[in-house]
Design a protein around this ligand. Structure first.
Ligand SMILES: Cc1cc2nc3c(=O)[nH]c(=O)nc-3n(C[C@H](O)[C@H](O)[C@H](O)COP(=O)(O)OP(=O)(O)OC[C@H]3O[C@@H](n4cnc5c(N)ncnc54)[C@H](O)[C@@H]3O)c2cc1C
Ligand code: FES
Length: 340
């Protein structure tokens, strides 16, 4: 391998990917890409360049001092980018805003390839992105400008990174700006995108995973499942996919396919509607099997509408369950809900 892909995730949610040559330090590779990561001494002395490695293998060498990075910090995943030499692709969380590092969001174009309604509840949107489109991390989202509206809406990628055709799973909102535009969207229509964005992405997989999806909050998990399947992951993954009505259950065949493509994958669907005849009723929290929590040695990922995300977080707090890590994304509407 002559170079590695390093994702730099800034604290304002912006992600930039850089190429790091074999043997090159991350700080130098970032500088080559005109990104000024925080730094002072560049010698492993001041600790100003401290970041968190979220995934990947790397060597920190032994040319830095304990004052700059303690053993405990190192064991906790902190790194000095002026010393860090990647040995695989890595994801690094940078504790500074992208603008401070003289970088920012990428803008790129795409054209509509397919608009596929599902059950009058959701739409699968496929886009062909321009060749210069940035890579994203599985779980991240982009802002899509809604043509003619002067507004944008955020959508999580449901496809895996690295493809020229990307997909999204979009809830159909009667009267919604994006939903309305999608009704008449045609293949070839041009769209402007900004991103990738967000800190909800799949970290290095070292223990069982519990995925909790609410409605179209399923989208980022489809991306993550594909990445796990392609990597041949053997780690246990359990997905619970909860929706309001029977007709909101979409893409179940796509999920089912991972029971064959991904070792140790299982899932359950749950419908909240009291009138539903679905075998599992209620909320996702009522259907978490004890073994999926693995005595809390589990990484939990949660995505869906804000009330669902808040309810699940409260449930974990009330039950005193503190998983090894807990990552969540709320699909917060841009527009305040109309008064009932
Ligand atoms: C980080 C992030 C990622 C997101 N990813 C996705 C995704 O992958 N898939 C997806 O479907 N959505 C996602 N969303 C939500 C999405 O950005 C839009 O808010 C949503 O699609 C509504 O857009 P619209 O233009 O159709 O409706 P709007 O014009 O925004 O809304 C019309 C009316 O409907 C209300 N409304 C909006 N959303 C809902 C809702 N869910 N339920 C009930 N009423 C609603 C609004 O308050 C408003 O009154 C994400 C949001 C965020 C912040
Ligand atoms: S810049 Fe001083 S320790 Fe890295």
């Amino acid at each position: 391998m002559s170079s590695y892909k390093i994702a730099l995730n800034f604290e304002d949610g912006v992600t930039r990917f850089i190429e790091c040559k074999a043997g090159e330090k991350v700080l130098d590779a970032a500088f080559r890409a005109r990104i000024n990561l925080p730094m002072d001494c560049s010698d492993g002395v001041c600790g100003t360049c401290k970041c968190r490695a979220e995934s990947g293998r790397y060597d920190l060498g032994d040319d830095y001092i304990e004052d700059a990075l303690s053993e405990d910090e190192k064991d906790g995943g902190l790194v000095l980018t002026c010393q860090m030499v990647p040995q695989s692709d890595c994801v690094i969380a940078v504790p500074a805003a992208s603008a401070v590092c003289k970088t920012g969001q990428s803008k790129f174009g795409a054209s509509v390839a397919k608009v596929e309604p599902h059950n009058d509840a959701a739409i699968v949107l496929e886009l062909d992105v321009e060749a210069n489109a940035p890579v994203f991390l599985p779980g991240q989202y982009v802002n899509i400008d809604v043509p003619g509206s002067g507004q944008h809406r955020s959508y999580s990628f449901s496809s895996a990174p690295g493809e020229s055709r990307v997909s999204f799973l979009i809830k159909k909102i009667p009267g919604g700006v994006m939903s309305g535009w999608l009704e008449s969207a045609q293949p070839g229509d041009k769209l402007d995108l900004t991103g990738p964005l967000g800190s909800f992405y799949l970290r290095g997989v070292q223990r069982p995973l519990l995925f909790l999806a609410g409605g179209t909050g399923l989208a980022p998990f489809l991306s993550m499942l594909e990445v796990l399947a392609r990597a041949g992951s053997q780690q246990k993954v359990h997905l619970i996919y909860g929706v309001t009505r029977d007709l909101d259950l979409v893409q179940v065949e796509a999920i089912e396919a991972y029971t064959a493509k991904l070792a140790n994958f299982s899932y359950a669907t749950v419908v909240a509607d009291a009138a539903s005849s679905h075998p599992r009723k209620g909320w996702v929290t009522q259907h978490i099997p004890a073994d999926a929590l693995n005595d809390v040695d589990v990484d939990v990922y949660l995505c869906g509408p804000p009330p669902m995300v808040d309810a699940v977080r409260k449930h974990f707090d009330d039950e005193g369950v503190t998983p090894n890590s807990f990552h969540y994304e709320k699909f917060t509407p841009n527009v305040a809900p109309k008064a009932a």
